[in-house]
Structures are given as structure tokens and as C-alpha cells.
Design a protein around this ligand. Structure first.
Ligand code: HEM
Length: 267
């Protein structure tokens, strides 16, 4: 078993043991008619604040607060542990008022986006490496512009009235101009590229002999651009899930403060 797998198994076992311990303690206190909802509430609030602090830790890299890897591990396992604590705190009951419903929605979306984001961060990088290597995200639009300029230069050598020129104006220029087929790449579909390559091949049947070389270069550029589009789509997904996870974290914290204040006022 690799060190990574060992760490993961240990983390999961700790989460399960902590859940069992908390459930047993809750049952013992319930049997003695001692309410534990307040304790679960404070525990959950503390866990959420700790999880939110991960963002601050990521910004303050100069402070000696432990390694990023350790913070990420703690984030994942404490994040997962919030689910049983949440269930114990709510007693498995559905919320009644609009504020509680909003809190539940925020919590579930933060939890699920975290779990989804973690999964994506494990699945996507190896796929990127298999598909043209990892291009630096910020540089992709520049690479796309460079390929577009190359195609324009190639096409400028063809006759004004030709099949290749028609194909370029109708299908290739829009394809080369900017990152394309975002959702198709997310869905791992290759159909768009196959159809485009078929169209280039078909144009070859009507092209003059000296234009065949140009068509080969165009085919190569279509494939290069498709790899870049794939990189762009998958790296965007890796970046943008945090745009759900983080803002809703802060909404959850504001709601938690409000909820705790109301609970304290009426307790
Ligand atoms: C339920 C309460 C949770 C809260 C309040 C929370 C909050 C946060 C915050 C504030 C960040 C920092 C984002 C940044 O600035 O880059 C973050 C990142 C992250 N969270 Fe959560 N999270 C929670 C649950 C989870 C869960 C359950 C998981 C996974 C099972 C998870 C996985 C992640 C991952 C993978 C990152 C990005 C790590 C990185 O790229 O460095 N989170 N979370």
C-alpha cells in the first residue's frame, strides 16, 4: 500500500471512529435526559470556522502554520466529519423556517461541492497529462491565438474561390478563433473533432495536388487546437468549482452566527 493510500485509510478510520464515539456519547446523554444539541451546534460551528480558515491559510503562506498538505488532509477529514455532526445536531429532522432551509441548502452545497471538487482534482490531472501535457491555464488563450494566426497564414496562400477557403470561412475560422466545445470536452465527447476532421478530409477530394500539404497542416492544427480546448475546459472546471464552494462557505458562516445568536437568545 502506498503512503498516500495508507494516509487515506487512516483518515477514513479516524472519521468513522469519531462518528461512532460521538453517536454513543449522544445516546448516553439522551438516556440521562441531558440535551446535547447545543454541544453539537458549537462543535459544528467550530468545525465550519476551522474549514473556512483554510482559505486564510492558503493566502498566508509565509506564516509557520503547518504544511499545505497537512491542512488539506485536515480539511478533507474534518469536512467529511461535519456530516454526522450535522445529522446529530438536527436530529435528522428537516428544517422548518426559510432561514433554516437556506442554511441546510448552503451546507449541503458546500459539502457536496467539496466532495465533488476533491474527486475532480484526483481525476482530471492524469487525464490532462494523457492529452498533450498540462498547458499553463493562463497561457492557453495565447496559444489559441497563435494557432489561429498560423491557420490564417496558411489559408492566405489558397485561391479566393476554393473548397478549402469555403470550409475555412464556414467552419474552421469560428473554431480556431477562440476556445471552443467547452461542454463537449467536459462530457468527454470527441464527435465535434471527428466531424471537423472528416470535413477537412472531404475538402481534400476536391483540392488541387499542391493543396494536399496545406490540408495535412490544417488537420494537424485542428488536432492541436482540440487538445488546447480540452485543457482549457478541464482546467476551468478545476478552478471554477471553488466559486461555489467558497462564497457559500462565507454565507454559511454568516447564517451560523445568526442562527447561534437566535438560539442563545431563546435558550
Ligand atoms: C462543509 C464545510 C466546508 C467548508 C466550510 C469548506 C470551506 C473551504 C474553503 C474556505 C476552502 C478554501 C478555498 C480556497 O481559497 O482555495 C476550501 C477548499 C477546499 N475544500 Fe472545502 N469546505 C468544506 C467541506 C469540504 C469537504 C467535505 C471536502 C471534501 C470531501 C472539501 C474539499 C476541499 C478541497 C479539495 C479544497 C481545495 C483544496 C485546494 O485546492 O487547495 N471541503 N474549502
Amino acid at each position: 500500500m502506498t503512503a498516500f493510500a495508507r494516509r487515506r485509510v487512516t483518515g477514513i478510520i479516524l472519521v468513522v471512529l469519531a462518528t461512532i464515539l460521538l453517536t454513543v456519547l449522544t445516546a448516553v446523554f439522551d438516556a440521562a435526559f441531558v440535551s446535547t444539541r447545543g454541544v453539537h451546534g458549537w462543535l459544528l460551528a467550530a468545525m465550519i470556522v476551522f474549514l473556512a480558515c483554510y482559505q486564510i491559510r492558503k493566502r498566508l503562506t509565509m506564516l509557520p502554520l503547518g504544511t499545505s498538505a497537512l491542512w488539506l488532509q485536515l480539511h478533507i477529514y474534518i469536512g467529511l466529519s461535519t456530516l454526522p455532526v450535522f445529522f446529530l445536531h438536527t436530529d435528522g429532522r428537516l428544517p422548518r423556517g426559510p432561514i433554516e432551509i437556506f442554511m441546510l441548502a448552503c451546507y449541503l452545497i458546500v459539502f457536496l461541492s467539496g466532495a465533488g471538487g476533491l474527486l475532480l482534482s484526483r481525476i482530471i490531472p492524469p487525464r490532462l497529462r494523457n492529452r498533450g501535457g498540462e498547458a499553463l491555464y493562463e497561457r492557453i488563450p495565447g496559444y489559441v491565438r497563435r494557432i489561429a494566426a498560423q491557420t490564417e497564414k496558411l489559408i492566405s496562400t489558397t485561391a479566393e474561390e476554393s473548397v478549402i477557403r469555403d470550409l475555412f470561412e464556414a467552419r474552421l475560422r469560428p473554431y480556431f478563433e477562440q476556445p471552443a466545445n467547452f461542454w463537449r470536452h467536459v462530457m468527454h465527447s470527441q464527435k465535434h473533432c471527428v466531424l471537423l476532421l472528416d470535413a477537412v478530409r472531404d475538402a481534400g477530394r476536391f483540392a488541387a495536388e499542391e493543396e494536399q500539404l496545406l490540408l495535412n497542416e490544417l488537420t494537424e492544427l485542428v488536432q492541436q487546437k482540440d487538445d488546447l480546448d480540452y485543457q482549457y475546459a478541464m482546467q476551468s472546471i478545476l478552478k471554477y468549482w471553488l466559486f461555489i464552494h467558497v462564497p457559500l462557505t462565507w454565507a454559511l458562516i454568516v447564517m451560523t452566527i445568526f442562527h447561534a445568536s437566535v438560539a442563545l437568545m431563546y435558550s
